[in-house]
Design a protein around this ligand. Structure first.
Ligand code: NI
Ligand code: MN
Length: 227
């Protein structure tokens, strides 16, 4: 299975299906691909903020990819005449050959439409199993129930925000890693803009102290990890 970081919180997970997560490509100064080049079968959106919902609607319109999100966001996506599965925390959506479980994230969520910014219910994370379980934490602070996510879904790979300011910083994300206990952890949601310009090497150093069994893989946008 191949996991490619497309920059910010955007990843392409290629297992039984091609699963695109939080495809913020247009306007992303670190995006490794343009929204009209990407192909996928499923799109997972953790919350409504523009740096996560991103190009999801346009990509779904072009590719026919099903969008998986929380119910309230899904209602909006359906009104845009796109294929959508709306589910909720603790639930698993079986889409094609992939199981997608929705897990909590502590953050906020809204969608910006012309002249209107409206609440998009809760932000979430996902455990995506398209061959091996991958936990994408979305935007979140650290929370104790990450231990439960680790125990229940045993993610092989955890994709964790480390930029601080809007999410966990390296210190919190290292603690999160020690709770989740994945085999591999990949930092994300850093370096896109000044306020989240944390050093992934600092994250690596802290994980080596807090969770020495976990391998830290630092990717450049466009780089892939094979698991
Ligand atoms: Ni956000
Ligand atoms: Mn964000």
């Amino acid at each position: 299975m191949k996991i490619t970081w497309l920059g910010h919180a955007a990843f392409l997970i290629e297992g039984r299906d091609r699963v695109l997560v939080d495809p913020f490509l247009t306007g992303n100064p670190k995006a490794s691909v343009s929204y009209d080049e990407i192909d996928c079968d499923i799109i997972c959106v953790t919350h409504g903020h523009a740096d996560h919902l991103g190009d999801a609607l346009d990509i779904s319109r072009r590719t026919g990819a099903m969008i998986a999100s929380i119910v309230e966001m899904s209602m909006y996506i359906e009104r845009c005449d796109l294929k959508s599965v709306g589910f909720n925390l603790g639930g698993t959506a079986h889409i094609r050959g992939t199981d997608i479980t929705m897990v909590p994230a502590f953050h906020s969520s809204s969608i910006g439409a012309p002249g209107l910014e409206f609440s998009a219910a809760m932000p979430v994370g996902f455990v995506i199993d398209s061959g091996k379980p991958v936990y994408h934490a979305g935007d979140t602070c650290v929370f104790g129930d990450m231990k439960l996510i680790g125990e229940m879904y045993m993610p092989e790979v955890a994709l964790l925000p480390t930029g601080g300011f809007f999410t966990m910083d390296p210190k919190q994300a290292a603690l999160a890693t020690s709770l989740i206990k994945p085999k591999v952890v990949v930092p994300m949601h850093y370096g896109t803009w000044d306020p989240i310009d944390s050093d992934p090497k600092e994250f690596e150093r802290l994980v080596n102290e807090a969770a020495p069994d976990v391998k830290v893989t630092i990717l450049e946008p466009g780089q892939s990890l094979e698991v």
